[in-house]
Design a protein around this ligand. Structure first.
Ligand code: PLP
Length: 394
């Protein structure tokens, strides 16, 4: 890794851990048989992906036949949502999600709404980004077939009470999906304890390779196949398997589960140090998300009188790689839908910064980050006419 760079954007992606890369390597060059082939080179690949499936199932508390490999977290979300909504549309065309979902979920619901005539209810969140279970109870109707609520938010880190929410849906016979892409690798996710029907994950968010994910589908859930073709993934998601990818995903998940407690403690310490120092040293900041119910490595601040993009560029010049927390699709100047949903004004939402820590970050890096931030925020505020006016009036 580049020595001059401090990487603080682990919610966007992570590097592949060396152990994971080692586990993947032979499956590119040596054992390249097609898992569908009947000769030994093929059977070897088939055996390896089934072992990876069993490993992933074991970590999640699922049965191996309930794990389906996908090409990304986005694909797992799309499949879960469109696959169940379309398969159950004779029962009803009302579906429920929240206003703070990842675009992979929101756009899948948009498709159902615009192209397939579904009605979508979007649950609100409170100022910390939490869904109120009572709101879900009230929203479920006789024609509701699906609820999708994310486990942990990618921008502000808020963790939802998924078990409670899933129970409400299941009591009414409604299928419950959770996008747990941010949660996996950060908290112990167990599908049986959560009692969910569908759950998405993506390897590159927990030190595995990019371009591979999985969907847990509880036995008996009615779903359309996502990709039609060969018999792979029990005919539900055709296409020759990404053998090195799924092996890497399984290795990364096992490492994550084995080290969860230490990892959490490490990230928690860095976040607390960062939050404390920023609140102590920089005025007019707001910590976004829930103080308790949040991912240990996620910190999202809004700095008043600061423009997020400028902040990011100036941090980059100091070697710090972070995110504006706006998950802005390039070119769009709209502030994040998540920050607006928790009640921030456009102006404040624009001055947001998302820091997501990872295993290699250190306390020294946090201190350097705080020093740098203090300097940059001061500089940017000095250039802001709004700030000048605010200071004059106070
Ligand atoms: C990253 C992410 C996704 C998308 O996963 P990809 O594998 O990058 O497609 C979906 N949901 C959440 C919450 C994410 O953080």
């Amino acid at each position: 890794m580049d020595k001059g760079i401090i990487y603080l954007d682990h919610a966007a992606t992570t590097y592949v851990k060396p152990e994971v890369f080692e586990a993947m390597k032979p499956w590119f060059t040596e054992y390249y048989g097609n898992p569908s082939a009947i000769y030994s080179l093929g059977r070897q690949s088939k055996k390896a992906i089934e072992e990876a499936r069993a490993q992933i199932a074991y970590c999640l508390g699922a049965h191996p036949t309930e794990i389906f490999f996908t090409g990304s977290g986005t694909e797992a979300d799309n499949w879960a949502i469109k696959g169940t909504a379309l398969a159950n549309q004779k029962k009803g065309k009302h579906v429920i999600t929240t206003v703070i979902e990842h675009h992979a979920v929101l756009e899948a619901f948009d498709f159902l709404r615009k192209e397939e005539g579904f009605e979508v209810t979007y649950l609100p969140v409170n100022e910390n980004g939490l869904v109120n279970p009572e709101d879900l109870k009230k929203a479920i109707r006789p024609d509701t077939t699906l609820v999708s609520i994310m486990y942990a938010n990618n921008e502000i880190g808020t963790i939802q009470p998924i078990h409670e929410l899933a129970s409400i849906a299941r009591e009414k016979g409604v299928v419950f999906h959770t996008d747990s892409v941010q949660a996996i690798g950060n908290i112990a996710v167990n599908v049986k304890e959560l009692d969910v029907d569908l759950l998405s994950l993506s390897a590159h968010k927990f030190y595995g390779p990019k371009g591979v994910g999985a969907l847990y589908v509880r036995k008996g859930i009615k779903m359309e196949s996502f990709i039609h073709g060969g018999a792979q993934e029990r005919k539900r998601r055709a296409g020759t398997e990404n053998v090195p990818g799924v092996i890497g995903m399984a290795a990364a998940l096992k490492l994550a589960y084995d080290n969860l407690e230490d990892y959490n403690n490490h990230l928690g310490k860095l976040s607390s140090r960062f939050i404390e120092k920023v609140l102590e040293r920089i005025p007019y900041v707001h910590l976004n998300g829930d103080r308790e119910q949040r991912l240990p490595g996620n910190v999202n601040f809004s700095f008043r009188f600061v423009e997020g993009e400028s902040l990011l560029l100036m941090l980059d010049m100091k070697g710090i790689q972070a995110s504006s927390g706006s998950a802005c699709t390039s070119g769009s100047l709209d502030p994040s839908h998540v920050l607006l949903a928790i009640g921030l004004s456009h102006e404040i939402a624009h001055g947001s910064l998302r820091i997501t820590f990872g295993e290699k970050n250190t306390e020294e890096e946090v201190d350097y980050l705080v020093d740098t931030l203090e300097e940059i925020v001061e500089k940017l505020r000095k250039m802001s006419p709004l700030y000048e006016e605010f200071v004059k009036n106070h």
